[in-house]
Design a protein around this ligand. Structure first.
Ligand SMILES: [Zn+2]
Length: 363
C-alpha cells in the first residue's frame, strides 16, 4: 500500500509516538487487518530512516524507495518459512547477526517479525535475549494475529498495540486520492471492505472488478430472461474456480512449491469456498440495493451506485414481494452449498426457479 497523502499515517499510534520521541524498543502489533499492519510497519520504517522532518517521510528519497521494495539493509523482515510455515531458531540467529552489524546508514535499525505467533518456542527464547538487551538504536516489531500464541515472556517484554479497522473516510481518501478510483467505485469498495484494507486490495484488482461486473450483468440478463439458467450455472461455477485460482496465485510464496499436495488442496478448497461466499454476497448486496432504491429512490444509499441503471430498471420491473422472495431463494441456495450440494446444482435450482416460475412482475 503506497501512501501519497500523509493524513492516514498521521492518525496512527506509531506516528504520534515517533513524533513525541517516545518509541520503545519492542512492540507486538495486533489487529484484524493484516494489510494495515504491514503498511503501518513499512511507514514506521520510513519515518525512522527518511531524513524528512519529524515522523513524516518523503516516499521518494533512495531510503524510502528501498524500504518500499523491502530492500533496505537496515530494515529486516522475518517471516515463517518452509512447509510447516514456522519461524525457526536459525532464522532468529541470522536476524540477530544482521542486527549486530553496524547500521548501513549510520542510523536506526528495525526488524519486523511477521506472523510472530508462528515462532517455535526455542526461536522465541532466542529472540528474547535481543528484546531484553537490544543493540543501540534497534527496534523489534512483532506482528501477529493473536496474542495468546506468543510466549508469556515475550508478551511481558513488549508493548502491545492493536491497530483498529479503518474508517470508511480513511479508505475513501486512500482510494480516491492515492489509487485514482472513482467516487462510485470507492463507495462500493468501502461497503465491501468494512474497514479492512486487506479486502480493499482484493477489489483493486482489475480481473476481480471484471468478475463483479459479469456477476451483476448476468444476473440482470437472467431476470430479463435473456440467459439460459443451466448454461449460466456452468459459467458461474467455472468463473468462481478461475477467480479462486487467481487469488491462490496472488498469495503464492516461493516456498509453496515444496508444500505437501494435501496442504495445497486444503488452501485451494478454502479459497474456493471464500469465492462462493463472495459470489452470494455480491448478489445479495445488489438485490438489497434494488429493494432500497424501490423504497427510497435515493441513489446515495446504494452500495452498488455505479450500477444505478440496472438497479433502477429492476426496481421498476419487480414487486417488493418478488425481490424479498429472491433473497430467500438466494439464502436457500447458499445453505444448500454449505450442506455439500455441488455449487453448480445449487445455482441451477436457484436460476431455474427465477426463470421458470418467474419472479412476479408488474402488469
Ligand atoms: Zn524519504
Amino acid at each position: 500500500m503506497s501512501l501519497k497523502k500523509y493524513d492516514l499515517w498521521k492518525n496512527t499510534f506509531f506516528y504520534k509516538v515517533i513524533e513525541a520521541h517516545r518509541l520503545v524498543h519492542a512492540y507486538i502489533v495486533l489487529g484484524p487487518d493484516h494489510q494495515k499492519k504491514i503498511w503501518v510497519a513499512n511507514s514506521m520504517a520510513k519515518a525512522l530512516i527518511c531524513t524528512a522532518h519529524g515522523a513524516t517521510y518523503c516516499d521518494v528519497c533512495p531510503s524510502c524507495v528501498r524500504i518500499n521494495s523491502h530492500n533496505h539493509p537496515d530494515v529486516l523482515w522475518l517471516y515463517p518459512s518452509g512447509i510447516q510455515r514456522i519461524i525457526k531458531i536459525d532464522q532468529v540467529r541470522d536476524l540477530q547477526a544482521a542486527l549486530a552489524l553496524k547500521s548501513f546508514e549510520g542510523g536506526k535499525k528495525i526488524a519486523f517479525i511477521l506472523h510472530a505467533d508462528r515462532m517455535k518456542e526455542e526461536a522465541a527464547n532466542a529472540l528474547l535475549k535481543t528484546i531484553e538487551e537490544p543493540p543501540e538504536n534497534t527496534y523489534i516489531i512483532l506482528i501477529s494475529d493473536t496474542i495468546e500464541s506468543l510466549l508469556p515472556t515475550i508478551r511481558s517484554r513488549c508493548q502491545h498495540v492493536t491497530l483498529p479497522l479503518s474508517s470508511n473516510d480513511d479508505i475513501r481518501t486512500y482510494l480516491v486520492d492515492d489509487c485514482n478510483v472513482s467516487e462510485q467505485q470507492a463507495q462500493f469498495i468501502c461497503a465491501r471492505a468494512r474497514g479492512n484494507f486487506s479486502i480493499v486490495h482484493r477489489y483493486l484488482n482489475e480481473q476481480r472488478s471484471n468478475w463483479r461486473n459479469f456477476i451483476v450483468s448476468s444476473l440482470v440478463d437472467l431476470l430479463n430472461e435473456r440467459r439460459d439458467p443451466f448454461e449460466l450455472a456452468e459459467e458461474i461455477e467455472s468463473g468462481i474456480q478461475n477467480i479462486a485460482g487467481l487469488s491462490s496465485e496472488d498469495q503464492k510464496r516461493p516456498e509453496d512449491d515444496a508444500m505437501a499436495e494435501s496442504d495445497k488442496k486444503s488452501i485451494e478448497k478454502s479459497l474456493y469456498n471464500q469465492e462462493v461466499c463472495d459470489y452470494f454476497e455480491t448478489i445479495e448486496l445488489f438485490c438489497r440495493d434494488v429493494i432500497i432504491y424501490k423504497l427510497t429512490n435515493d441513489k446515495h444509499q446504494l452500495v452498488n451506485s455505479d450500477k444505478l441503471q440496472d438497479i433502477s430498471h429492476l426496481a421498476n420491473v419487480f414487486e417488493l414481494d418478488a425481490l424479498s422472495d429472491f433473497l430467500d431463494r438466494l439464502q436457500q441456495a447458499y445453505h444448500a452449498f454449505l450442506g455439500n450440494t455441488k455449487l453448480e446444482f445449487a445455482l441451477e435450482i436457484l436460476y431455474d426457479s427465477l426463470s421458470v416460475t418467474g419472479m412476479p412482475r408488474r402488469n
